[in-house]
Design a binder for this molecule. Structure first.
Ligand code: PGA
Length: 260
């Protein structure tokens, strides 16, 4: 059975000092609780904190992720960071195509495909983010949008080991209006079926599919109870160490219940 995957997306938050306090709070809230067997935890932090967080988590069962990456190794791209630079810091995972990148920084189907391809080729674990806007959902275009985003992101990719996919409806991000577990499961089931048609059922079942969009310690278990939801990508509720630790506890409990 796969571990439940919980990834904190800090977005543009935290300083060197607050990050240190964060991990003190996070680990003290989890002291004496054996969660590592059940939950795989990751922190997608700003570039400026990658070094510090990596060092802090060195002997801990937790991963560090970047929030974005350029697909080329080097070049005249002011302000960009490459996979090679991340690898140089010991980072082997990154978010790709988060809707805020698509909305505010002009990422599109093509750049998301280039980044996903390059990340997998470099042995990274990319967390590919996809999701529809409110108007697309209202116009009943969710299925079509998801299929287009997924197919184009995975175009020309055969080795998908380490791939993680996050379904994040844009209307649910940061709004406090999470999708219902049923709405999320419906899309996750579609994603799983699309993956199965590309890679076969067995491989598709091994890819972790995360739900993201206003996930909290209170609603997390209802998502984890869905058959195709393997974890969560969490923004706002991951910004405090105690709150994210509470989610690790919820995930551990869900896994225990699933096993009993
Ligand atoms: P949220 O953000 O949990 O604050 O809705 C999720 C995300 O953008 O990854």
């Amino acid at each position: 059975m796969k571990k439940i995957v919980l990834i904190a997306n800090w977005k543009m938050h935290h300083s060197q000092l607050s990050a240190q306090q964060y991990f003190t709070d996070f680990f003290s809230a989890l002291e004496g609780i054996s969660w590592e067997e059940a939950v795989q935890v990751g922190f997608a932090v700003p570039y400026t904190l990658l070094g510090l967080v990596r060092q802090t988590l060195q002997n801990k069962p937790a991963r560090v992720l970047a929030q974005n990456v350029h697909h080329l190794d080097q070049g005249a791209f002011t302000g960009e960071i490459s996979l090679a630079m991340l690898a140089d810091l010991g980072i082997r995972a990154t978010l790709i195509g988060h809707s805020e990148r698509r909305q505010y920084f002009a990422e599109n189907l093509e750049t998301v495909n280039l980044k996903t391809k390059a990340a997998l080729r470099a042995g990274f674990s990319p967390v590919l983010c996809i999701g529809e806007s409110l108007s697309e959902r209202q116009e009943s275009k969710t299925k079509e949008v998801i299929e287009r985003q997924l197919r184009s992101a995975l175009n020309d990719i055969s080795d998908h080991s380490n791939l993680i996919i996050a379904y994040e409806p844009i209307w649910a991000i940061g709004t406090g209006l999470a999708a219902s577990p049923h709405q999320a499961q419906e899309v996750h089931q579609q994603i799983r079926a699309l993956l199965a048609s590309n890679y076969g059922t067995m491989h598709a079942s091994r890819i972790s599919l995360l739900y993201g969009g206003s996930v909290t310690p209170a609603n997390l278990s209802s998502f984890l109870a869905q058959p195709d939801i393997d974890g969560a990508l969490v923004g706002g509720a991951s910004l405090q160490g105690e709150s994210f630790a509470a989610m690790v506890k919820v995930a551990r409990k869900s896994r225990k219940e699933q096993l009993s």
